[in-house]
Design a protein around this ligand. Structure first.
Ligand code: 5GP
Length: 193
């Protein structure tokens, strides 16, 4: 998606450890007009998946894009909560997820009230690196007996294994941009198919 590539090139910063910082428009200050365009593009990419009745993401950076997509699908967003949050209650699906950016593991939880066998879920997230967050969400979807329609990612880092592994599992993974390589002063993208 050209618009997102241009925004990454003009505002993104490559940090040590293969981290792309996009807090000028996605992860800290949010460019709502851009995020809405991303949501619309996810809707276009998954428009043939007519059964989708829920969008799932993980707090916090996936929430804005998930909401932008949900507005077009006209379905609710559920986000997995991090840590042992008394608010979620005890009747939860849980998964252990290793955070690429923090370098630590944490538990993510979804209340059983908000995910069940009646659901057909689209996962949306801001980044795909090693696929840990997505695999945690997939585990909970399976535990709930729900169906996974696919995974929509804003920025996939194609030089990390997550995308390849999830596609090898037969899951439709659609990324708005795929970063093929990045250095301190250059970022290159994979051509659209
Ligand atoms: P994964 O679980 O696929 O290894 O990493 C995805 C999660 O880690 C995303 O939810 C995102 O929040 C975070 N993440 C991974 N790589 C990056 C990155 O390069 N930049 C930022 N800002 N977040 C990242």
């Amino acid at each position: 998606m050209k618009l997102l590539e241009e925004k990454i090139l003009s505002c993104g910063k490559v940090l040590p450890g293969n981290v792309l910082k996009v807090d000028g428009f996605l992860n800290h200050r949010i460019n709502v007009e851009l995020i809405d365009a991303l949501g619309e593009e996810f809707y276009r990419l998954f428009s043939s998946y007519t059964d989708i009745n829920k969008i799932l993401t993980v707090e916090s950076s996936g929430i804005a894009i998930a909401c932008a997509a949900a507005r077009h699908f006209k379905v609710p967003v559920v986000f997995a909560k991090k840590g042992n949050n008394a608010n979620v209650g005890r009747d939860v699906y849980s998964a252990e997820v290793f955070s690429f950016t923090k370098g630590t593991s944490c538990t993510i939880n979804i209340s059983k009230k908000y995910l069940g066998p009646e659901d057909c879920v689209l996962i949306i997230d801001d980044f795909l690196a090693n696929g840990e967050a997505c695999k945690g969400m997939i585990k909970m979807i399976e535990e709930a007996g729900a169906k996974l329609a696919g995974i929509g990612i804003a920025i996939e880092k194609g030089f990390q294994p997550g995308g390849k592994e999830l596609r090898a599992m037969g899951i439709p993974v659609k990324s708005l941009v795929i970063v093929d390589s990045m250095t301190d002063d250059s970022i290159s993208f994979r051509d659209d198919d």
